[in-house]
Design a protein around this ligand. Structure first.
Ligand SMILES: [Zn+2]
Ligand SMILES: [Zn+2]
Length: 111
């Protein structure tokens, strides 16, 4: 995911704090964007859990990249993608998608 600091324009990094909190933090200045939401415990996410349980409010999607991805529901060719580290440290992040078709907005996850 690429989100940029509004004060110095450097790349913001997603990081966890307080065990379950999530925020975007600038690496070169004190800017921090707190995501006002608590993630489920890192290791309690199961494959049958809904994407909405992990990504709910729209603020993540405002920072999301648009990418080429085929929506499984409407077969639209583009989706917004958010990558989150929800599994163990060192494992690849999980990608969450939201269909870029405004009439569909279907959400799904990968990884
Ligand atoms: Zn900054
Ligand atoms: Zn769709």
């Amino acid at each position: 995911m690429q989100a940029f600091c509004p004060t110095c324009a450097n790349l913001l990094m997603v990081e966890f704090f307080d065990l379950t909190g999530l925020r975007y933090a600038c690496q070169t200045c004190p800017y921090v964007y707190n995501v006002d939401r608590k993630l489920a415990k890192k290791h309690s996410l199961h494959s049958d859990q809904k994407v909405e349980d992990v990504i709910g409010p729209p603020e993540e999607w405002e920072l999301a990249d648009k990418t080429e991805a085929c929506c499984p529901k409407c077969e639209h060719g583009y989706a917004f993608v958010v990558n989150l580290q929800i599994s163990a440290e060192g494992e690849p992040p999980t990608s969450f998608y939201k269909c870029a078709n405004g009439k569909c907005s279907h959400r799904w996850r990968e990884g």
